[in-house]
Every structure is written in structure tokens, then in C-alpha cells.
Design a protein around this ligand. Structure first.
Ligand code: MTE
Ligand code: MO
Length: 469
């Protein structure tokens, strides 16, 4: 930036505590961020790791920073430029922590590359009851860890258990179970809520969800083998840590209530297979947790540790993310400690084919629709309603689902419906809503469920189709 003074890296380095003001560099820019530190969404402690130095390596790990709004905000703190010599040094020493990420199927629709986040193409999502693993949506917060099976172990520790380390072979000695379970991100369909008012988060369409069969051993069996008793005093939660870490070596983490973990019918698995094959790297190789009926975030991949505890995980993703708030709560008033972490998800559905704007030729005056419906907590889908005239008439869709009963129905339901097209119609707007086994259904619109993180975005899904006459 012209007109601003030049500083060397040594001059920047001394500005690493608030008495001397806190400076950081980003590319060629020098910034005084002292006043921003208390406002950093990731916490003051995290940003202080870059004090007196470059934020580049941190931003390489936290891809969320690389957007126009944040760069614009940063520029308001700019006080100078890095000297030409030093800017070369700082730019060339940054190794990309995502270099070791796996190759991905080109059909996946990326929402961010580093970390990698992508959806299944919506149009094919409802084609398969079991979503193919390579096309299953991916939600990574950090680089994919490189794990050597020869040295891989999962550690079990905490209150009421004897500490153990189990390699994959030892884990596989427990009774093996296979379940069907849908995994859905709390932010699925966020892009629709954003239209009401902007929210913070990945701009997910309707395909941050997938259904798979998962094979593994029961967490309950492993914890019992480690000596845990049902109703052990002082135990409230089971925490999980991944082997993926942030630049300060903190792992991804989450926790679930002990009641879910130890429920003999809760089906929480330490899974090593997805759709009958070993887990792929993106989906948690070699072992991930599957917590059926519970939001994706608690289904920890690349499992490193299981900790039985009186407390929830203290990770960012358990404490300061993945929570719901009132539509009137904004970033100035939000108190993350006031809301419970999302566990079971509400009922949701979507139209997958046709997609918004598709041009479709009716056959015998009708257009076939298909999509998915699902509810958390093992609640089975009992009905899917579709309207083609803004709710004056509702048709009931045909369902494809497994026969498990409420409240142990973990997999999704696929549905199909033929909607009539009025003669001479140029466009047709169709809506879908699902009803679950507790007769809960979806809200009509997003305005009254809006929340600042754009989670739990489950209003009616509305699609406009162009009619090809
Ligand atoms: N586990 C680890 N270790 N690291 C992560 O970033 N992301 C979580 C969860 N488990 C995550 C994780 C989130 S938010 C979701 S929605 C699911 O993984 C997505 O699972 P998938 O990538 O297999 O679809
Ligand atoms: Mo998620």
C-alpha cells in the first residue's frame, strides 16, 4: 500500500504483547491488531500465536479467513508494509499443511478447498439409498491426518475406566455390528437461510448429508471392557478427539452425553468400514465414531482418543459453534455458553431432482420428483408431503426406507412423487415437507428460525422448475 511506512520482520517481532501493541503481517502488509484481539471469533488466545509474526501459516490451516470480508476488515488495521527483502522470506517459508490431503472425485462440489469441504451433486443424491463413499459429502475443519496403520492406536481413558490403547486388530475382536446411519452436517441447507439475512459458515446447499452402512464395534462394549459401569458416578459425557490438529496442535474434538454412548440400543459405533469397505481417508480412516441420529460434528473422524468425563469436550466445535440461537441474537449479543450443543437434529427433507431452474418436459401432464427426508434421534419418517400449488393441495409421496422402528431408525428415507402440471404452465413451484414419528414437521420459512451460524436450516424446501412444453 502506497504512503505507508516499511518495516522489517525484526521490527514487527517486538510487537508481541499488548503493552507494545500487537502487530502481525499478512503477505506484504503490516497490521496493528491490538483492538481486534478481543473480537476475534476464534478466540483471543488463538490469534495471539501470530503476535509479532505472520498470520499466513495459520490462515493456510483455517481457510475460513480467505474471504473478501475478512481481508477488507484486516485492511482497516493496516499500518505499513513489510520491507521488500523480508516479504520474500516470509512468503517462501510457508509449507502448505494440505499438501498431503487425498485426491477427490471430480464430481464432488467443493464449498472450500483448504480445508476441503464438498457436497454430492444434488441431482444424483437421491439415486442411491446408500450414498457411494467417494461421492459422500466431506466436512473437514483441518488437514486430513496421515495415519500409519502399523502404529495406529485409539486411547481409552477417563473417569471410571482403566486406561487402554487398542490397535485396529484389537478393536476388531469386539462383536462386529453393521448399521445404516445418515450423517448430516448441522449447516446443511445453510445457503437457503442466508437469503433471509447473511450468516457465518460454509455455503452448503441441500447435499451436506448422506446415508451409508457403517461397520464397527459398539462404543458401549469397549467402555464396558475398560471397566465402566452403567450409572458410574461423576460420568456425564464421552469426549472424542481426532488425530487432525490445528497449528497449535489442538485436535478436532466433540462429545456426546453418556446416556447415548451407553444406551444398549443407541448403536454408537467405533466404525472402520463404510459401505462394506475400509473407511476412506476423507471419511476418517482408519476409525471414526458413528453417533446415529446425532449431528455430523459429533461423528469424530480419525479417532485418537475416547475420554469418559464429567464434562463436555472443551473444543471450539463443542463450545463455541454448532449451537442454535434466537433470530434476534447477533454477533454482538451472542453468548455461546447460554445454549446447549446440538446433538439430535430436527426433521428435514429436500427435493433432489429436478434441481432449481431445470427445464423439464412433462410426461402425461406430470413431472416426477425425488428427494430425501430424515429426522434425528432415531425418529422415523412417517410421511412426506409435496405441494405444487402453494399449499392448496398436498400429495403424499411414496417412501423407500428400512423397517427399523422409532426411536431406532437411523437411516434416511428416499421419496418419489409425480406432480401434475397445469396446462400451459411455464413454471412450476414445488414444496416438500416431511413428518417424523413424533409428528414433528418442518417450519414453513426461514425467517423465524434464522440464526447467526445458519444451522438447523430445515424449512420447507421450495424449487422452481421450468416447464418445457
Ligand atoms: N472429525 C474430525 N476429526 N475432524 C473434522 O473436521 N468434521 C465433523 C465430523 N467429524 C470433523 C470430524 C463434521 S462437522 C461433520 S458434518 C462430519 O464429520 C462429516 O463427516 P464426513 O466428512 O464423513 O461426511
Ligand atoms: Mo458439520
Amino acid at each position: 500500500k502506497e504512503g505507508l511506512p516499511f518495516y522489517s520482520l525484526d521490527e514487527v517481532r517486538v510487537h508481541d504483547d499488548s503493552k507494545k501493541r500487537i502487530w502481525v503481517t499478512y503477505k506484504q502488509g503490516v497490521y496493528d491488531i491490538t483492538d481486534f484481539i478481543p473480537k476475534h471469533p476464534g478466540g483471543g488466545e488463538k490469534i495471539m500465536m501470530a503476535a509479532g509474526a505472520s498470520v499466513d501459516p495459520f490462515w493456510a490451516s483455517y481457510g475460513v479467513h480467505k474471504n473478501a470480508d475478512i481481508l477488507k476488515m484486516l485492511e482497516t488495521y493496516r499500518i505499513g508494509n513489510l520491507s521488500e527483502e523480508d516479504s520474500k522470506v516470509s512468503l517462501h517459508n510457508v509449507a502448505d499443511p494440505y499438501d498431503a490431503d487425498p485426491r477427490r472425485h471430480p464430481a464432488l462440489q467443493p464449498r472450500s478447498l483448504k480445508p476441503y469441504n464438498a457436497e454430492t451433486p444434488l441431482k444424483i443424491l437421491a439415486d442411491n439409498f446408500f450414498t457411494p463413499s467417494d461421492l459422500f459429502f466431506v466436512r473437514n475443519h483441518l488437514p486430513v491426518p496421515e495415519i500409519d496403520l502399523a502404529s495406529y492406536e485409539v486411547e481409552i481413558e477417563g473417569v471410571g475406566v482403566k486406561s487402554m490403547k487398542l490397535n485396529l486388530e484389537q478393536l476388531k475382536k469386539f462383536p462386529k455390528f453393521t448399521i445404516t446411519s445418515t450423517v448430516q452436517c448441522s449447516g446443511n441447507r445453510r445457503s437457503e437461510m442466508t437469503k433471509v439475512k447473511p450468516v457465518k459458515g460454509l455455503d452448503w446447499g441441500q447435499a451436506a448429508i448422506g446415508n451409508a452402512s457403517w461397520t464397527g464395534v459398539r462404543l458401549r462394549d469397549v467402555l464396558l471392557a475398560a471397566g465402566l459401569k452403567d450409572d458410574q458416578p461423576g460420568v456425564e459425557h464421552v469426549q472424542f478427539e481426532g488425530l487432525d490438529t490445528d497449528p497449535s496442535m489442538h485436535p478436532y474434538g466433540a462429545s456426546i452425553p453418556i446416556e447415548k454412548a451407553m444406551d444398549p440400543k443407541g448403536d454408537v459405533l467405533l466404525a472402520f468400514e463404510m459401505n462394506g469397505e475400509p473407511l476412506t481417508r476423507d471419511h476418517g480412516f482408519p476409525v471414526r465414531v458413528i453417533v446415529p441420529g446425532v449431528t455430523g460434528a459429533r461423528n469424530v473422524k480419525w479417532l485418537g482418543k475416547v475420554i469418559v468425563s464429567g464434562k463436555e469436550s472443551d473444543s471450539h466445535w463443542q463450545q463455541n459453534d454448532y449451537k442454535g440461537f434466537s433470530p434476534s441474537t447477533d454477533w454482538d449479543t451472542v453468548d455461546f455458553s447460554s445454549a446447549p450443543a446440538i446433538q439430535e437434529l430436527p426433521v428435514i427433507s429436500a427435493i433432489c431432482d429436478p434441481v432449481q431452474g431445470d427445464k423439464v418436459k412433462p410426461v402425461d401432464g406430470k413431472i416426477p420428483l425425488r428427494g430425501y427426508a430424515w429426522s434425528g434421534g432415531g425418529r422415523k419418517i412417517v410421511r412426506v408431503d409435496v405441494t405444487w400449488d402453494q399449499g392448496k393441495t398436498w400429495g403424499v409421496a411414496k417412501l423407500e426406507q428400512e423397517s427399523n422402528k422409532h426411536p431406532y431408525h437411523w437411516g434416511w428415507t428416499l421419496w418419489t412423487m409425480e406432480v401434475p402440471v397445469p396446462p400451459n404452465a411455464k413454471k412450476l413451484e414445488v414444496w416438500v415437507k416431511a413428518v417424523d414419528s413424533t409428528y414433528n414437521t418442518q417450519p414453513e420459512g426461514f425467517a423465524n428460525i434464522w440464526n447467526l451460524r445458519g444451522v438447523l436450516s430445515n424449512a420447507y424446501h421450495r424449487v422452481t422448475i421450468d416447464i418445457n412444453t
